[in-house]
Design a protein around this ligand. Structure first.
Ligand SMILES: OC[C@H]1O[C@@](CO)(OC[C@@]2(O[C@H]3O[C@H](CO)[C@@H](O)[C@H](O)[C@H]3O)O[C@H](CO)[C@@H](O)[C@@H]2O)[C@@H](O)[C@@H]1O
Length: 561
């Protein structure tokens, strides 16, 4: 059986026949305008807009309290800039994306990260400020994984997803690692059956573990907390949902260990359900069986010490397809000759696409009790999915990065699979979509003309470049990791080459001097900080150095990376 978006939560815009949730970075380096190739010209263009297209909405970037009820909008006028700017790139007809916003083509001879496991959404070991840690000399990552030999297809893997972990020695440059990044698979993170316990007695046929962030509780010891999405399915044998999937943002505590040869985890037996959508801010499965509610990422905001916040993927609450998008959601400036008529938009099917990026605040220190706050940003009548959101603070600006699909844009709007970004002056802000107000930060090398009308075939094997990589995650220094979905006629399930984006104010540009033509090492996911568990470290020294801690020299070598 193939996983269809109908079975799992993504209504598509009418014209498509379609089959089928980080970062708080403090004090990253300053960038000079000269590093951002092509930007002065881009800025000059944006003042006049693109002939034939509307102008983007004016966003003030004004900061609000996280507890205020202001929700910023990614408007149709904003998102239409993607196509507008792509048309400028190719005035004679083609419609590829501007190079500085395009992920370079991944070669078809890419290495599997591990032949025994498909891997996709991947994240790192971080602290509350999103520093990315090695542990006792080992780099550690967490990925959604599935078994390629279990008899289901690559597209049906989501229903079987388990969080797995990988590790490798820290401090080795990509050029000296094996081509696949050298990640050693450590197995499933949670004991079998542990995550299913959050569903209690709910009737389910399958459960899965979706994204995903992992917090080091305190620098200097080995306690970690995983925030993830527990997914419960109740399906017939052919994969049809009997009832909407149940999504519960959950958490589990565990402990990381290492020795000279490997890394392992213990604990994770007690899984706490934290949040289910409330139907007031965040859409429920009862309101829309295709709702999205997942991908928690927790962080502390330096402007609000003492609070822990969480961003996550949600949908605007209300009945599925409700005709309640407003002129503000369309976002056209008064008198814009290219503005759409609201009724036309409401009649177009766009009302099925209402993504938001949610916010919640922890009510206790053990982070087991949370309260919803109003969404940070909505994309009503724009896009249905803003996945794996992350907060990234740089040069005093607050960036919200998220990933989205071409096929989840609303009727009348087009954009590639990839990373979208918004910049403001606080966790809650009137966020301005980056890059000409469009929101696009890094897209697959797509020809947008293909999607006009119904001639875009969303089968990855028919349109591999449009689907080459997904689930990008922005790391310190603008490094971006992702996984390979499809290249030519090969399905992936492997870590993609890391790329680098230079971020400056509202603009970003891929660094084509990074790696080879912009593509760095496969799965090059370096820690930018080292964590050494001194207790385990000293115990190990006393007992001869081969039990619970890695080689002290290796551990120390990774300090200050
Ligand atoms: O596995 C679920 C987690 O993955 C995320 C982000 O990658 O959601 C992805 C999503 O599936 C789409 O993305 C796939 C890319 O691999 C693509 O192949 C597929 O066609 C898409 O449907 O998974 C669900 C289920 O299909 C869908 O709603 C998402 O868009 C993340 O949000 C999840 O935690």
């Amino acid at each position: 059986m193939e996983l269809t978006n109908k079975s799992l939560g993504t209504p598509r815009k009418k014209t498509y026949r379609f089959r089928t949730s980080q970062w708080l970075l403090l004090g990253a380096g300053m960038l000079s305008a000269g590093m951002l190739g092509g930007m002065p010209a881009a800025r000059a263009q944006s003042s006049g807009g693109v002939p034939g297209y509307p102008r983007p909405t004016i966003h003030t970037q004004q900061a609000y309290s996280p507890f205020d009820s202001f929700t910023s909008r990614w408007t149709r006028a904003d998102a239409r800039q993607i196509k507008a700017r792509s048309s400028l790139t190719n005035p004679t007809g083609g419609n590829s994306l501007p190079a500085r916003l395009t992920m370079p083509d991944i070669p078809a001879d890419f290495p599997q990260t591990n032949p025994d496991v498909w891997i996709w959404d991947t994240w790192t070991l971080i602290d509350a400020q999103a520093n990315q840690f090695s542990y006792n000399g080992w780099e550690v990552i967490f990925s959604l994984t599935a078994d390629p030999n279990a008899g289901y297809t690559f597209d049906d893997r989501h229903v079987h997803a388990r969080i797995g972990f990988f590790y490798r020695r820290a401090g080795i440059p990509a050029s000296r690692r094996p081509r696949n990044g050298g990640w050693i698979y450590g197995g499933h993170l949670f004991p079998d059956g542990a995550s299913a316990k959050v569903f209690g007695s709910t009737t389910l046929t399958e459960s899965a573990e979706w994204s995903g962030s992992t917090r080091l509780v305190r620098a200097g010891d080995n306690h970690v907390t995983v925030f993830y999405t527990a997914l419960g399915f109740n399906r017939t044998a052919d994969g049809t949902n009997i009832s909407p999937p149940v999504a519960i943002i959950s958490k589990a505590n565990g402990t990381i260990h290492s020795d000279l040869r490997h890394v392992w985890f213990s604990g994770f037996n007690d899984h706490k359900p934290l949040l289910q959508p409330d139907g007031v801010y965040y859409q429920t499965g009862q309101q829309n069986e295709f709702y999205s509610f997942r991908d928690p990422f927790t962080f502390e905001d330096p402007a609000h010490p003492g609070y822990t916040f969480m961003v996550f993927e949600g949908n605007t609450a209300g009945e599925r397809g409700a005709r309640d998008c407003t002129a503000a959601d369309l976002g056209y400036r008064s008198g814009d000759p290219y503005a759409e008529n609201l009724d036309d938009v409401l009649n177009s099917g766009a009302t099925y696409q209402k993504a938001n990026i949610g916010l919640a605040v922890a009510l206790n220190k053990s982070l087991t009790k949370w309260r919803f706050l109003p969404p940070l940003i909505s994309g009503n009548c724009v896009n249905d999915q803003t996945e794996r959101p992350q907060v990234y603070i740089k040069d005093g600006k607050y960036y919200l990065f998220t990933i989205s699909h071409r096929t989840t844009f609303a009727a009348g709007i087009d954009g590639p699979d990839g990373v979208y970004g918004f910049v403001g002056n606080g966790v809650r802000s009137d966020f301005k979509p980056m890059n000409w107000g469009s929101g696009l930060v890094l897209g697959n090398p797509t020809d947008l003309n293909q999607a006009a009308g119904s001639d875009f075939d969303p089968n990855p094997l028919q349109n591999p470049r449009a689907f080459q990589s997904y689930s990008h995650y922005v790391m310190p220094g603008g490094l971006v990791e992702s996984f390979i979905d499809t290249v030519e006629n090969r399905r992936g399930g492997a870590l993609a080459p890391t790329v680098q984006i230079n971020i400056s104010g509202q603009d970003s540009a891929i660094n084509l001097a990074y790696g080879q033509n912009g593509l760095g090492g496969y799965g090059d996911i370096p820690a930018n900080r080292a964590n050494i568990d001194l207790v385990a470290f000293l115990q190990d020294l006393r007992s001869g150095g081969d039990t619970t801690v890695s080689n002290p020299l290796v551990a120390l070598a990774s300090v200050g990376q």
